[in-house]
Design a protein around this ligand. Structure first.
Ligand SMILES: [Mn+2]
Length: 288
């Protein structure tokens, strides 16, 4: 099956301490990934969201502007009946992607979101030790917003805690854990993935859903090109096996892949993995 997809590239690194992922989309395109995918999926489009970084603008301003433009791009792609594949860039882009999808769906605009990540991304500026915005997007999407980013996800927060399942979590601060617990977020920690196997515990949504993949969810041995590696992650083979049916589902509405930081890659392992996942989204149900 050939799905009509648009890759929306957001080369932003202002949300992370490691700026390497700003170059992610550019390097991926230069390495021929898009051309190879487009050869198999005629009609695949590539679109870029501008990132207006300048010495005068704060990271929050740069992220807010890019996320605003990204939300509009995702909503426009959806309204053309196409499948948005957002590639980062650091994971602060999630605020734009999922706000945009929510806007594009007719009210109530509900969808489930699988948030595959080593971290919880549930900080706000008062709890974050680093102040890095890529540690805050989920909290923001649930309504606990950085003041400068409030415009992206408001007036109504696009997500409710019951819509989100965090998967692969193994690095977080106490405040994030309390927030997740109090708000009722479903959190599947890495211990549970290891004990039961990803395929057995990953939800299989029967209604509309999206997937956001922070590459640091994967074991750094399999996906080294990330800015915040955490040992003991999901094996790439296990993730691919679980993603394949999810990405082939007609209920899947959008995919986001974040945190690809090319300077850290080893023998193109991470780039090859991304290409495999992108092909699964663009050609669902086809052999790899
Ligand atoms: Mn993340």
């Amino acid at each position: 099956m050939n799905r009509r997809c648009t890759i929306i590239a957001v080369g932003i690194g202002e949300g992370a301490r490691d700026p390497g992922c700003a170059k992610g989309p550019e390097i991926l395109k230069k390495s021929g990934v898009f051309d190879r995918l487009a050869a198999r999926s005629p009609g695949l489009c590539w679109q870029e969201v501008p990132v207006s970084a300048s010495a005068a603008a704060s990271p929050a301003t740069v992220v807010a502007r890019a996320c605003d433009a990204l939300a509009q791009a995702v909503a426009a792609v959806r309204s053309e009946g196409r499948f948005p594949i957002v590639i980062g860039g650091d994971h602060s882009i999630a605020m734009g992607t999922w706000s945009g999808l929510s806007r594009a769906l007719a009210p109530p605009g509900r969808f489930d979101l699988l948030w595959i990540d080593a971290h919880m991304d549930c900080h706000d500026p008062s709890t974050s030790p680093s102040g890095a915005l890529h540690g805050m997007p989920l909290a923001c999407l649930l309504g606990r917003c950085h003041p400068q980013l409030a415009g992206v996800a408001c007036p109504a927060p696009p997500l409710k805690p019951g819509d989100v399942t965090l998967v692969g979590v193994r690095s977080f601060e106490r405040e994030e854990d309390s927030f997740a617990h109090q708000s009722g977020l479903r959190v599947i920690r890495m211990e549970e993935v290891t004990a039961k196997g990803l395929a057995a515990i990953l939800p299989r949504p029967t209604g509309p859903f999206g997937i956001t993949l922070d590459l640091d969810a994967i074991d750094p041995g399999d996906a080294p090109a990330v800015g915040s590696p955490v040992p003991g992650g999901i094996a790439a083979s296990e993730l691919l096996e679980s993603l394949r049916p999810l990405l082939a589902s007609p209920h899947c509405l959008a995919l986001e892949i974040a945190e690809y930081s090319p300077p850290h890659d080893v023998a193109d392992k991470t780039a090859i993995l991304m290409e495999t996942i992108l092909a699964m989204a663009a050609q669902p149900g086809e052999p790899p």
